[in-house]
Design a protein around this ligand. Sequence first.
Ligand SMILES: Nc1ncnc2c1ncn2[C@@H]1O[C@H](COP(=O)(O)OP(=O)(O)OP(=O)(O)O)[C@@H](O)[C@H]1O
Ligand SMILES: [Mg+2]
Length: 362
Amino acid sequence: MSTIRIQNVNKFYGALQVLKNVDLAIGSGEFTVLLGPSGCGKSTLLSAIAGLEEIQEGGIELGGRDVTHVEPAKRDIAMVFQSYALYPTMTVAGNMSFGLRVNRTPKAEIDQRVNWAARLLQIENLLDRKPSQLSGGQRQRVAIGRALVRKTPVYLFDEPLSNLDAKLRTEMRVEIKRLHQTLGATMIYVTHDQIEAMTLATHIALMRAGVVEQFGHPEDLYQRPASLFVAGFIGSPSMNFLPGTLAPNGAGVGLELPGLGGGQQAVDVGSYAFAAPAKAGEITVGLRPEDIELVNDGPALEGKTLFVEPMGADSLAWFDVAGHRVSVRLKADDGKRVGETARLAVPTEKLSLFDPNTENRV
Ligand SMILES: Nc1ncnc2c1ncn2[C@@H]1O[C@H](COP(=O)(O)OP(=O)(O)OP(=O)(O)O)[C@@H](O)[C@H]1O
Ligand SMILES: [Mg+2]
């Protein structure tokens, strides 16, 4: 096991800066996911940790050792690549042991490690096959096995499941989680799939355009997103956003919202954990679909039901609230209300407020 420290890393391709002041402290045994849209710098950061990409500024420490200028082979890291080319002429065992044979590891040790990894990945019965005789998921396991046999304290994964179909992805996701729990190694995993990130990670670093927008526990990013970008990126369907106005008064903080009906001017959000004293003015209000309840009375947004999407376990209803589309997660059998008006309670305990100019949480 090993800690990882990434200190103020800047990386340029010519004039293009692709990593901007990236600073992360990763604990030993953590499962950290680098999440973000295509092109945000996830693979570049992972490759920099592995030593495959040079950085122009900053430093990288593994297990307390400065490896910024250490060559990849001496970093004690194993990496699983997105495009995991297996050698087609070699068997599964041959593919898994290739690196060890190159390093002249003794044969008994190689056999022991290959069998150990094959058992963990449940591919023991495939060791004599060629890659062409395997399914996509089995090939992916071999690619992971090739990294596991190195028995390093740190494993890096770059979108290892992106070539698999949805069902296999879910199955392999569980396998990777189990692997992490069994090995207790420090793992960094790149994906642009927020579900994969939420289910696997002990910590998520959400990146945008070379910048880490937020680093924390998955539930922190979900419940207390630091910016509009984080709020919109994590959660499916996405968080609802409404333009509101804050009006602090002696007794509390009034929040005016479009569609607030029943003679209500504002709801009180005095109990919201403001980072700084609330200022009067425009505010962007974020509401998760599952935090909104339909109510008969009390302060609520008036909405017209546009359509309902049944999803099996529950259903997703879409409302028009004063011209804004708002989604609400409802019980599965709660879908017979299209065209009806409804009252959407504002979850004052669970909303997120953002400055419309800086787009940061307030
Ligand atoms: N060798 C290179 N030369 C110039 N620019 C590059 C090079 N490699 C990557 N880039 C640029 O660096 C940025 C980050 O790329 P990177 O591959 O790290 O993104 P990513 O987050 O992994 O995206 P994806 O999800 O599509 O894999 C992109 O804008 C990309 O175009
Ligand atoms: Mg990538």
